[in-house]
Structures are given as structure tokens and as C-alpha cells.
Design a protein around this ligand. Structure first.
Ligand SMILES: *Cc1c(COP(=O)(O)O)cnc(C)c1O
Length: 382
């Protein structure tokens, strides 16, 4: 059923906020009750829409929000005055004075950042909350685990800074449990080297969605940082996290613009990369890579029309995509097409779509463009 909106829809995303809320509750229920839930909502809540997603996760009882940029933090701050927010990515120096203004906690990865943030706190006349990040093998943000104690001490000594948490991030929690265990061990060792540390007074966190597969259910860890799984997507096929029963939140749909019959031998779309082997009926869809249909789906992906799979023919173009509908009984201009999601008992998952696009679900969700309106299903069903 095509939702009714002010402007007729050509391509849209449907976001099931009730499923999002159920997912948070199910993930929580799978964890020890002392585990705090850090909802990762960077990149416009993985393309779902920061405002709507964060509002629903606040309602569902997230403990803290993690974002990547100051503008994301500012948007969240407006939505939830007083709600704890953590900035995960490094800042450029010109951003420092915005930290106290938006009352966000920042990630510290170096002694230099301690000095910068302490100076910003002094200029603002208020304390800045920080989470110390330890690099246990990701090789991105964080202070290298073997030298983390000096930065820890420097934070403790800085009058303007309050240490609120310590964390690390896994590089391979979806495919290398042995290295993940090594990272956990390095993290624990680093904590053991910190003078006068009381982990129970801080948020100690490491696990992203995939980390939950091998999570340690006892201290020092007392929080998790969840992105993908709360949107109902498993971090890998065959994941143990299937037991959580998280449901897909995101559907991606478009419509049939034109149906026509073409003779065998006709080339389809730019570059003539597909030639019809038999007389065929094709449908021209009202979406293309300008909406987020990755061009790698050319001659490879499929869509659902009337619950049946229809292969993409030729190259995906900016605004239009051509599919084979010869095998369908009826298809007409205006029909609904599912690019990602369920339709009449059939499904194309974000994961399958991502495989066609030679990418990961995270990138697929971030690649749905601004042109695509997000429609929210808000029913309260829990
Ligand atoms: C994005 C991100 C997460 C969330 O990861 P998911 O795999 O989506 O659950 C957690 N921690 C950090 C530091 C991140 O950048």
C-alpha cells in the first residue's frame, strides 16, 4: 500500500519506529540488567533520521547517545536537554569551544587533546566530560594501550575535565573472535595500570553490535554501544545475534513509471551492457543511483513487484532503473516496487542488497540520498 503524502511518492524509505523500540528492548533483555545502553545514532541515525530515531530511543530508555559530529550532537541536545551525549570522533581545534556550549562528552585519545579540552573548559568556565579511548588494535582513534596510563593521569589532574568513561573499539568483532579477545585483554590490562581507578563509577564500554556475540557479562564492562543491531540488521550472516530477534526497521521503495514491450536483441540502458534474449516486457522504475540504488546493482540486483523478484537489466541510471517483468501477469505504471524490505511474503534484506553492491549494510543505509523522503510508522505497539 503506497502511503498517502502531500506529494505523490516516487521513491521513499519507511522507518518502523515501533520495531526500533522493540529492538532496543530485546537487545536490553539479552544483556545483564546492569549494562547501560549507548545508542549509536551517527550519520543521521544510519540514514533513518536522527530526530525521529533518537526521540523514539529516548522513549524506549536508551541511557546515552553516541554521535560522530558536533552538529549531530547539537541537534540531539535540542531534542533532549540534559540527555547524555558522547562524541566518538576526533574534533578539529576550532570545534573545541562548542563542546561546553552543547554540553557533550568528548572522546580523548591524546595528551594534546587533554590540554585542548582543559583550555576550552577554562574559557567556558564549566567542566567538560570526557571518555578516555584506548586503542587496543583498531589503529584509529584512542591512545595506544601500552601508554594509556599517562593520558589517564593527565585527565585526572586536569581541573576542568571530568572523566565519565573509558572505552575501546574492536576492528574485527564480526569475523575474528580471537583478535577481539586479545583486544579485550589489552583493554583490561590498560585499566589495571591506572592508579586509583574505580571502574564502577565510570562507563566502561567496548562492544558494538557484533561484540555482543562474545560479550563478557561481568565487569569491568558495564555499557554497550549499539548501532546496526537496533535497526534490525545482523552484523554478519549466521550471527548468534539472530536469537535477539531484532526486526528490520528500514524499507526502501519506489514505483513503476513505465511498462513496455521490446523485441529480442534490444540493448537496455547506457553502454548497451544487457541485450534482451527474448521478446520482453520491461518496467522503468522511478528511482536510480540518485536515490541510493548503487550502480553496482546494474545487471545484478533485483527488486520485488507483486511479491515476485524482477532482475535489474542494464545499468542503473541516476533517476531510473529498468527491470524485467516479462514473468509478471499484471504490472502497470504506479505499482509499488520494493528495493529493500518485505512485499507479499517475499523479502530483499539490507544485507542482500549490500552484497549486490559489494558493500556492507552500514554503507547501504548511509547511501540513501536526501532526495528520498523518510516516512515514519509510529504506532506504539511494543
Ligand atoms: C559506529 C560505532 C559503533 C556502532 O557499531 P555497530 O556495529 O553499528 O553496532 C560503536 N562504537 C563506535 C566507536 C562506532 O564508531
Amino acid at each position: 500500500m503506497i502511503p498517502r503524502t502531500q506529494v505523490p511518492l516516487r521513491c521513499w524509505a519507511e522507518i518502523d519506529l515501533a520495531a526500533l523500540e522493540r529492538n532496543l528492548r530485546r537487545i536490553r533483555a539479552s544483556l545483564p540488567s546492569f549494562m547501560r545502553y549507548v545508542a549509536v545514532v551517527k550519520a543521521d541515525a544510519y540514514g533513518h533520521g536522527l530526530h525521529q530515531v533518537a526521540a523514539r530511543l529516548m522513549h524506549a530508555g536508551a541511557d546515552l547517545f553516541a554521535v560522530a559530529t558536533l552538529s549531530e550532537a547539537a541537534a540531539l541536545r535540542e531534542l533532549g536537554p540534559g540527555w547524555p551525549i558522547l562524541l566518538l570522533s576526533p574534533l578539529v581545534p576550532e570545534e573545541d569551544d562548542y563542546i561546553p556550549r552543547h554540553d557533550v562528552a568528548v572522546t580523548v585519545s591524546s595528551a594534546d587533546e587533554v590540554d585542548r579540552f582543559a583550555a576550552a573548559a577554562e574559557r567556558a568556565g564549566r567542566k567538560i566530560s570526557v571518555h578516555l579511548k584506548i586503542d587496543t588494535g583498531m589503529g584509529r582513534a584512542g591512545v595506544w594501550h601500552e601508554t594509556a596510563a599517562t593520558v589517564y593521569q593527565k585527565i585526572r589532574d586536569a581541573a576542568g575535565l571530568t572523566l565519565a568513561g573509558i572505552y575501546t573499539h574492536y576492528s574485527s568483532s564480526d569475523d575474528d573472535p580471537a583478535f577481539t579477545a586479545e583486544q579485550r585483554q589489552r583493554f583490561r590490562q590498560a585499566l589495571a595500570s591506572f592508579d586509583g581507578l574505580d571502574p564502577t563509577s565510570l562507563l566502561i564500554h567496548a562492544d558494538n553490535s557484533a561484540g555482543l556475540e562474545t560479550i563478557e557479562r561481568a565487569g569491568p564492562f558495564n555499557a554497550v554501544r549499539i548501532g546496526l543491531l537496533q535497526f534490525g540488521i545482523l552484523p554478519r550472516t549466521g550471527s548468534l545475534l539472530a536469537d535477539v530477534h531484532a526486526e528490520p526497521v528500514f524499507s526502501f521503495r519506489t514505483r513503476v513509471g513505465l511498462v513496455k514491450d521490446l523485441p529480442a536483441g534490444t540493448a537496455i540502458s547506457y553502454g548497451q551492457t544487457h541485450r534482451l534474449e527474448r521478446p520482453s516486457r520491461i518496467a522503468v522504475l522511478t528511482a536510480g543511483y540518485g536515490d541510493g540504488i548503487n550502480r553496482l546493482l546494474s545487471n545484478r540486483g533485483a527488486v520485488l513487484i507483486g511479491g515476485r523478484r524482477c532482475p535489474i537489466l542494464g545499468r542503473v541510471t541516476m533517476d531510473q532503473t529498468i527491470v524485467d517483468v516479462t514473468h509478471l501477469d499484471t504490472v502497470k505504471s504506479g505499482d509499488e516496487v520494493t528495493l529493500i524490505g518485505h512485499q507479499q511474503g517475499a523479502e530483499i534484506s539490507v544485507t542482500e542488497f549490500s552484497t549486490w553492491a559489494e558493500t556492507i549494510p552500514w554503507e547501504t543505509l548511509c547511501s540513501v540520498t536526501k532526495r528520498v523522503p523518510r516516512l515514519y510508522r509510529t504506532a506504539l505497539g511494543v
